[in-house]
Design a protein around this ligand. Structure first.
Ligand code: IMP
Length: 193
């Protein structure tokens, strides 16, 4: 039985990772499956270091193979904000999206280019080995919120040329093109090598 701990309490991330890796691992645990809570303060200056910190801390605590994701949204017109502070841009998804739309008020669609970045860190505590996988997705921040779906900034992240927001895709469709899906594809290839 292949067990993996996904070092997150974010349900949206967990569902995407579980969907993508369903045939690869038999059991997925996340931080909410343990009685003991592990607090990881994401205080490092880069996504990679934050993902590394989460994977190491959780993996060492539970002694199991661990996958951590640190990801974020970078908007060119906002000098790449919210970036590594994407999760802290507001206290919930609604507030974060409202703040983003407010900060982009008056910026025309063609100047609203953005990208999602995802860094996955896979840590094997018994071997002391750490591996990193990256993916990104380019698009635009829409002028208004679209249908609810996905999580985080998905309702305002528009895919180039399709007129659709990420929130309008199924989990499977999102995983085929997203930053996290691309990083997961690299991780899966690594596991099968
Ligand atoms: P962290 O990796 O825990 O620091 O959180 C990343 C934050 O970036 C999330 O809480 C979301 O706000 C945002 N984010 C990352 N990936 C996605 C995504 O696939 N869709 C929408 N928002 C995302």
């Amino acid at each position: 039985m292949d067990v993996i701990v996904v070092a997150t309490a974010n349900k949206g991330k967990l569902e995407e990772i579980r969907q993508y890796l369903a045939g690869t691992f038999t059991t997925f645990l996340s931080l909410t499956d343990f009685d003991e809570s592990v607090e990881v303060i994401e205080d490092r200056p880069t996504y990679y270091e934050n993902a590394w910190k989460k994977a190491r801390k959780v993996g060492n605590r539970f002694g199991m193979a661990t996958l951590a994701d640190d990801s974020g949204l970078e908007v060119e017109a906002l000098h790449r904000s919210p970036g590594i502070r994407s999760a802290r841009y507001g206290s919930n998804d609604r507030e974060r999206v409202d703040r983003l739309l407010a900060e982009l008020a008056g910026v025309p669609f063609e100047a609203r280019a953005a990208r999602f970045k995802a860094y996955l860190v896979y840590y094997l505590p018994r071997l002391g080995q750490t591996f990193m996988f990256y993916g990104e997705l380019r698009g635009y921040i829409g002028l208004e919120r679209r249908r609810d779906g996905g999580f985080g900034y998905d309702p305002v992240f528009m895919l180039p040329g399709s007129g659709r927001a990420l929130s309008e895709l199924s989990l499977e469709e999102k995983n085929l093109i997203s930053h996290r899906g691309r990083a997961l594809a690299r991780f899966k290839k690594f596991l099968s090598a």
